[in-house]
Design a protein around this ligand. Sequence first.
Ligand code: S3P
Length: 162
Amino acid sequence: MSIILIGFMGAGKSTVARLLAEDFIDLDQLIEQKIEMPIAHFFALFGEKDFRRIENEVFESVLQNQAVIATGGGIVESLQNVEVLRSHSQVVFLSADFATLWERISADKVNVRPLAQDKAAAQRLFERRKKSYEAVADLTVDVTDKSPEAIVQLIKERWEMK
Ligand code: S3P
């Protein structure tokens, strides 16, 4: 059974996934391999709807793997994905308040996030998605003042991973 990490942009999903399993699956990376361009370029060329379609395809294609999967913050935008997450039993929600997440997003000069160009719009997205993350999570970890290592420790304890 895979461990699926969910949460808003800036929550640290990829960092935590890497610490949980070296050979973790990063959905955004797989999507970029498939579309052969950075996600931000794809958004600019084709828009969000096409991105969500590809995100859904890639997500479904990795579900059979027994792996740690880091999703993108918008995985809950598709009802189909929400249903998959709901029926899955090892979904970890990395939760934090918006101020913390926005600070991290703003400090990240490597990842260009098309849906985080405007603070107010990003905050609206955050408020809207929060309930979906909570609804499908089997474990919620407040990441606000925790190091990635501490978060990993909590997840391992919960699922007795050695
Ligand atoms: C998105 C989050 C991004 C990436 C894309 C859309 C979103 O992933 O999938 O830019 O809708 O929240 P991260 O959560 O890893 O930044």
